[in-house]
Design a protein around this ligand. Sequence first.
Ligand SMILES: *Cc1c(COP(=O)(O)O)cnc(C)c1O
Length: 412
Amino acid sequence: MAKGLTTTVLHADRQSDIEHGAVHKPMHAAVAYGYRSSRELAAVFQGDKPGHVYGRQGNPTTSALEAKVSLMEQAAGTVCFSTGMAAIGSMMIALLRKGDHVVSSQFLFGNTNSLLQTLAAIGVEVTLADATDVAAVAAALRPATRLVFVETIANPATQVADLAAIGELCAARGVLYVVDNTMTSPWLFQPRTVKASLVINSLTKAIGGHGNALGGAVSDTGLYDWTAYPHIAPAYKKGKPATWGMQQIRKKGLRDLGATLSAEHAHRIAIGAETLALRMDRACGNALLLAHWLETQPGVARVAYPGLASHPQHARAREWFRHFGALLSFELREGVDCFDFLDALELVIKSSHLGDTRTLAIPVAHTIFFEMGAAQRAQMGIGESLIRLSVGIEDFDDLQADFAQALARTAG
Ligand SMILES: *Cc1c(COP(=O)(O)O)cnc(C)c1O
């Protein structure tokens, strides 16, 4: 990417001819695409010509968003899905078979953790490892290990995976390395720089940014040699080997599973992506100020944020990420009720979403991570009174004032 991320995204659509000279790609609601020549229709079906045939396998508006995500991640190709979970699930179902082994970070988005249990129930073997330490990931590898899955900054306790060393390990062993970049977004970090094979983004979060559309993406960095992957069907070994994995993920995920991103949501996400860098600069700046301030408050027992010197992976985060992210979590002093504190907040919204323009707070052990039970929560570093904050782009003084008044009322 020769130009900056924001310039690139703003002008991406114009690189291909847009209908009527529109400055961004219009919303294409058509389900079916007609061809004058039946031979051309057959060529598109067979993957010998680019084009659209039926909306379940994508539409021109979503294709334009895929091109933007590829530019942001400097990826060779991207497939968009209806949600981030659809992206992760489709990728795994397209690539894994019974008896295959997956090594995943134990510090994992709760629904991804649940998805791995679903896959385990149909014969995929799963090992959860402490991904902050490459040695733990290396020890978990087996001959049948097909892929290693990690998140850049885990949610809610903000552990930072040993991203570069795991990338070296996977490259040396020829194992597919999948990095979920949702918490950092391509503005803070590009997983291709640590040799990721595939990059996941929940477009619902920072990239869309406004909490008004669901979407997800799988991008191929082009670094993995798909000729070494045992389960690519002959039909998808078409053209350059670098495209084989994405052909299979697109066909299995969109055509067979139907996890398709609608044109309307693709359009909203594309508009959101135009301001990704501006919003992230502001939200991450707010998060850093808030983390430092919360750490000094007597009502607060501990704060987890990669931008704090007290964070175990602070040095790593400083080296790799442009900012330290917009998510932090904290525990109140013993005896202060986290529900009372949350209910005393007036501006901050009690909500499970993250990566929004608005600041959101949630008691995670009682909500998102409730179903998994206390033992696994403890393994993930989730205390029973942990509060997760997804910091938005409000004016900092207003955020600080809201936390100050809530602390004064409940922990003063
Ligand atoms: C939210 C999230 C997902 C899932 O995205 P959805 O769009 O909500 O399905 C996956 N990974 C991480 C790290 C997330 O935060």
